[in-house]
Design a protein around this ligand. Structure first.
Ligand code: PMV
Ligand code: MG
Length: 357
């Protein structure tokens, strides 16, 4: 039996701007995993996951008609990952076979509630990884990233795929997404093996080293949020307020680029200043788009962290899920932990995950 796993992620900075090619974000992999096992089968295969089996499929109406929203359903990422990896395997001359595939997730809690740690990215990556081993494809990290990305784009469409990079590479990353139109156009014309082998415009995946005394704290608001919905909403408002949106992109770019330099210089205080700046920029994006990124709970989480010498902001798309805090290791964290708990914020005892640990 083959067993592989991929970690979840948290966005530290650069959210929303990072869906535009070339705009940087800082992302970190955390030590909660999705594990996939795969075993050869005969005549028919199966896909199984205890966590997702009773997961509802959300739907909405468009022009009155019922439309399924498959973007929050892990099965669709698994199916897309199988589809693209098998296409690649065929091009590499492999013979396809039947298998039983099982998914075990630590990224969702026992009630099936999402922590917002990026289960769709991790489930896509771990499925590709499992098939990589099953068909002996010997994919490099970059090839794994690109294959998982093609599958993810096929289901979600509007994401940056930063969660996939975090899941593949681990640790802290500076990430900018590739030109999605370019890749999708090539996908129509080229073999997958050729597309995977070519350089993708604007893509940047660069490991970062965190300053030695930097400590990451994570608080969970307990309310789940749908990233793809929130990104859709921000995009819809964008057309009316193009100038303000462009300014947001420019400011986010400058803020995160400086934060990446502060990481490289090992300057925690400067990193903290940029976290606060990024929080202000996301508040401006809320003014532009009317999309609530920092909910009341996230505000509480951040304000309490600031009171206890941390620099805090929402993580990812916001609207619920988690907030992150950057503190100096030398500062005590217990007062903040109890203040959070009193305020109904759950501290998540997670750590940065580095590959090979
Ligand atoms: O909510 P999360 O942790 O899935 O993060 C979403 C981050 C966005 O920039 C808003 C979207 C994306 O795909 O990068
Ligand atoms: Mg989220």
């Amino acid at each position: 039996m083959i067993e592989v796993s991929a970690p979840g992620k948290l966005y530290i900075a650069g959210e929303y701007a990072v869906v535009e090619p070339g705009h940087p974000a800082i992302i970190v992999a955390i030590d909660q995993f999705i594990t996939v096992t795969i075993e050869a089968a005969k005549k028919s295969g199966s896909i199984q996951s205890a966590q997702y089996s009773d997961m509802p499929i959300r739907w909405t109406r468009r022009k009155g008609e019922l439309v399924l929203d498959i973007r929050d359903n892990p099965f669709h990422y698994i199916l897309a990952a199988i589809h693209f990896t098998e296409k690649y395997a065929l091009e590499k001359g492999k013979q396809l076979a039947f298998f039983d595939l099982k998914v075990i997730s630590e990224l969702d809690n026992s009630n099936g509630r999402k922590y917002g740690l990026g289960s769709s990215g991790a489930v896509t990556v771990s499925t590709v990884k499992a098939l990589d081993a099953f068909y002996d494809l010997q994919l490099s990290n970059l090839e794994l990233f690109k294959l998982a990305t093609l599958a993810h784009l096929n289901v979600q469409g509007n994401g940056s795929c930063g969660d996939i990079a975090a899941s593949v590479y681990g640790g802290w990353l500076a990430f900018s997404t590739f030109d999605h139109d370019w890749v999708l156009e090539r996908l129509k014309q080229q073999k997958i093996t050729d597309l995977i082998a070519s350089d993708w415009p604007c893509l940047r995946i660069e490991p970062l080293e965190a300053p030695e005394d930097l400590r990451l704290l994570i608080g969970w608001t307990g309310s789940p949020a749908s990233t793809s919905d929130l990104v859709d909403q921000v995009h819809q408002s964008r057309e009316e307020k193009e100038n303000a949106y462009q300014q947001f992109l420019k400011d986010s770019n400058a803020c995160v680029t400086a934060m990446i330099e502060n990481f490289q210089q090992g300057d925690i205080e400067a990193v903290q200043e940029k976290i606060r700046e990024n929080r202000r920029l996301l508040a401006q994006l809320t003014t532009i788009s009317n999309v609530v990124i920092e909910t009341e709970e996230l505000k509480k989480l951040c304000d309490l962290a600031e009171k206890y010498h941390g620099a805090a902001k929402s993580s990812g798309a916001g609207g619920g899920d988690c907030g992150i805090v950057i503190v100096d290791k030398k500062a005590g964290i217990l007062p903040l932990m109890s203040a959070w708990e009193k305020a109904g914020i759950t501290p998540l005892p997670l750590h940065v995950y580095h590959l090979g640990e």
